[in-house]
Design a protein around this ligand. Structure first.
Ligand code: IPE
Ligand code: IPE
Ligand code: MG
Length: 247
């Protein structure tokens, strides 16, 4: 986005977000409350993912970004990590047809190099199969961390400085932005977090600089169209100033 486009984008009164990002939290507590294993919470959470995607399609959002697995989630018991990644493969495999049917383009963000070859192939295959779709852009953040994202971008710039193609004084916000995840799509307007915590947990640290935040105690497996709608109603009432003053 050029600075002129950005200014125009910021000045328009936005009633409807174009890009919503969701921190899908609370699966484990949802399961524990029902006397079930945490994994059944993640399975129920997969249903909420389907609901959120279909709502985003019917609401004609440009982009939906879902935080599925953070770079810090490796610190969970190994059994849970393995089962979560296994569930991710299953859901990806099962959903590609549906994504194509609804013209959704899938884009995985995060450091996938730590995953098994099977999972990396599965991700590549799902992205390739949907890459020509023109509807909703669906970003799934797996092994994603905002700090990782920034370090990854800084490293790319450092390499350009080393090979002489970039001067340190040429580095501006847009130079780094261009090397971060989601640089090619509209900015994040709204971040929703379920599960009752009021924190960002290393999600889109750079990209959410001027996003609106909406928190709910609802646990992710209970997230449905009504809750999504509630977040969008709240967004429509916000006044975004981007450091300026009310117009
Ligand atoms: C969110 O639910 C899903 C992931 C982080 C993978 P949690 O598993 O964090 O659920 P709680 O927060 O323990 O309830
Ligand atoms: C954030 O949830 C990560 C995802 C939803 C994938 P966590 O459960 O990992 O966050 P903390 O530990 O409560 O900050
Ligand atoms: Mg959690």
């Amino acid at each position: 986005m050029s600075p002129e486009d950005q200014l125009q984008y910021q000045n328009q009164k936005m009633v409807k977000p174009r890009h919503v990002a969701i921190i899908m939290d609370g699966n484990g507590r949802w399961a524990t409350k029902q006397g079930k294993l945490r994994m059944s919470g993640h399975q129920a959470g997969a249903e909420s993912v389907r609901r959120a995607i279909s709502f985003a399609v019917s609401y004609q959002l440009d982009a939906l970004t879902l935080y599925a697995f953070s770079s810090d989630n490796w610190s969970r018991p190994n059994q849970e990590v393995i089962a979560l990644l296994e569930l991710f493969v299953l859901v990806l495999d099962a959903e590609v047809k549906n994504l194509n049917k609804h013209d959704i383009r899938l884009n995985i963000i995060g450091d996938t190099t730590r995953f098994s070859h099977r999972l990396q192939d599965c991700i590549r295959c799902a992205e390739e199969k949907t890459q020509n779709n023109q509807g909703l852009i669906l970003n799934i953040a797996v092994n994603y961390g905002g700090r990782w994202d920034i370090i990854h971008g800084v490293r790319a710039l450092a390499e350009q400085v080393r090979d002489g193609s970039l001067l340190p004084e040429e580095i501006e916000e847009k130079t780094l932005s261009a090397h971060l995840c989601l640089s090619a799509i509209v900015p994040v307007d709204l971040v929703i977090r379920t599960g009752g915590e009021y924190r960002i947990s290393n999600f889109l640290l750079w990209q959410a600089a001027y996003a609106e935040f909406w928190f709910t105690d609802i646990l992710w497996p209970d997230f449905d169209e009504n809750v999504f709608q509630g977040a969008l109603h709240a967004f429509a009432k916000r006044e975004r100033r981007f450091g300026g003053i009310a117009l």
